[in-house]
Ligand binder design. Structure first.
Ligand SMILES: Cc1cc2nc3c(=O)[nH]c(=O)nc-3n(C[C@H](O)[C@H](O)[C@H](O)COP(=O)(O)OP(=O)(O)OC[C@H]3O[C@@H](n4cnc5c(N)ncnc54)[C@H](O)[C@@H]3O)c2cc1C
Length: 416
């Protein structure tokens, strides 16, 4: 099928692929496929009105593998001047009131010589670069309108939008986030539990430079992460029990900054909160299936995990790269891209990795988000041991770089 055409039924446009969700995962999937196969027509539908993404004040840790992929997709050059390399990471384990936070583990490593294992990037910078590339590649963007329902026939799926328009497609990809409505519409069940915790996200300005150092402090209510941004600024991901998190974000600025300072410390001088603060409820959500005929889940729609390891988005980039590779290879071989046996290759590739990461983050969160003395002793011995074993540290750097396990070609920096 070449460019989009009006279908014979006259119900709407027909595309080879329709992607629901213009988050990073939806955008990266569309760009990866269209760059490798310009013959495939691709549309992205997003419920959020145009321009909402520009107001996202959050930042994300982008692993080295995802940077390689963004380089191959001609996006990294635009992002790099705004990206802060993470050169070192320290991990501590203490109570909020402790005067000193002993460092149990230090990572200072590179994915390859001269290649930091991760960068911090503002979400709007990342989204902007992917959107610019999507436009260059002629991907249709339909914004401010949600996918309301869909049904799959033998030759294509029909996707109904909230404005009454229908699209026909050979493959519908749901990249519509952790509360995916499309996943429910497809009848795919999930394994889900709430942690009873929320992640407070905000940006702070401080007097002294962070020198690229990221910090994760394990406190009784959950991890408190300080992630370096460009200049004397850091992004905070601060886990608290949900009721406490809601109370804190609603607090007066002075009270909020005081509570923040108790956890942040004074090593970088005085701190000041910049912009809004928001709390995100945290849970584990794992889809039982990733695919159905003419349908695939990607990103948080397939797996929502705890941000304790900062890997949610990176798992999503892996999905995008793996799905693109499977679709592009199938199309080159003349196979039907929406056929279940083709999509099962993607599911087999990604499911083990995401379940493993979901379970790992779950165990870490349970182990570290408590103040039980014997558990504290065991985990601190464990951290100390890892700190003394270069091979273990090397393993963790590889995982943090997104280069562990069978890595799709784009994430290695290669073309599909
Ligand atoms: C506190 C916190 C901190 C985090 N920090 C990190 C980090 O440092 N590093 C990292 O790798 N990950 C991090 N994550 C995880 C990361 O933010 C998510 O994994 C990532 O945003 C998921 O991207 P996505 O594209 O799958 O979904 P989303 O970003 O949620 O995008 C979904 C899109 O779908 C659209 N949509 C929804 N419903 C419909 C519909 N019916 N029709 C059409 N469109 C629809 C929405 O408008 C939205 O644009 C963090 C998460 C949290 C909560």
């Amino acid at each position: 099928m070449a460019d989009s055409t009006v279908s014979e039924a006259g119900s709407g446009k027909r595309f080879d692929m329709v992607i629901a969700g213009a988050g990073y995962v939806g955008l990266a999937t569309a760009v990866s496929i269209r760059q490798a196969r310009p013959n495939l027509s691709v549309a992205i539908v997003d419920a959020a009105p145009a321009g909402v993404w520009e107001r996202d004040g959050r930042a994300s840790a982008i692993a080295a593998a995802a940077c390689r992929m963004l380089g191959r997709l001609d996006c990294w050059e635009e992002i790099a001047p705004e990206a802060q390399p993470i050169t070192e990471m320290i991990i501590t384990d203490s109570r909020t009131s402790d005067p000193v936070r002993p460092v149990f583990l230090t990572f200072g490593g590179e994915a390859a010589p001269g290649e930091p294992f991760a960068h911090m990037v503002l979400n709007r910078v990342l989204n902007g670069a992917l959107r610019r590339r999507a436009t260059e590649l002629g991907i249709d963007m339909i914004e401010g309108v949600a996918v309301e329902s869909f049904e799959t026939g033998s030759g294509f799926a029909t996707v109904h939008l909230a404005d009454g328009i229908s699209l026909e497609t050979r493959l519908l990809v749901a990249a519509d986030g952790v509360r995916s409505r499309l996943r429910d519409m497809a009848g795919i069940k999930t394994l889900h539990w709430d942690y009873g915790q929320s992640g407070i996200v905000c940006t702070v300005a401080h007097e002294r430079p962070h020198n690229g150092r990221a910090e994760e402090h394990f406190l009784p209510a959950g991890p408190f992460a300080i992630l370096p941004l460009k200049g004397n600024r850091s992004s905070i991901v601060w886990t608290e029990r949900t009721a406490d998190a809601e109370r804190l974000v609603a607090e007066d600025e002075i009270v909020f900054e005081h509570e923040l300072e108790l956890r942040f410390g004074l090593k970088l001088g005085e701190i000041r909160v910049e912009g809004p603060r928001r709390a995100w409820p945290l849970g584990l959500t794992l889809a039982r299936d990733y695919v159905a005929p003419r349908f695939a889940l990607a990103g948080d729609a397939a797996h929502g995990i705890h941000p304790i390891a900062g890997q949610g988005l990176n798992l999503g980039f892996k999905d995008a790269a793996a799905l693109a590779q499977v679709v592009v290879e199938a199309d080159r071989l003349g196979e039907e891209i929406g056929a279940l046996d083709v999509l099962r290759r993607y599911e087999r590739w990604r499911r083990f990795d995401t379940v493993q990461m979901g379970v790992t983050t779950d165990v870490l969160n349970r182990m570290f988000s408590n103040d039980f003395g014997p558990m504290r002793a065991i985990r601190d011995i464990g951290l100390g041991l890892v700190d003394r074993l270069p091979s273990m540290k090397g393993y963790f750097i590889k995982q943090a770089s997104g280069l562990g396990g069978p890595t799709p070609r784009l994430l290695q920096g290669d073309a599909i």
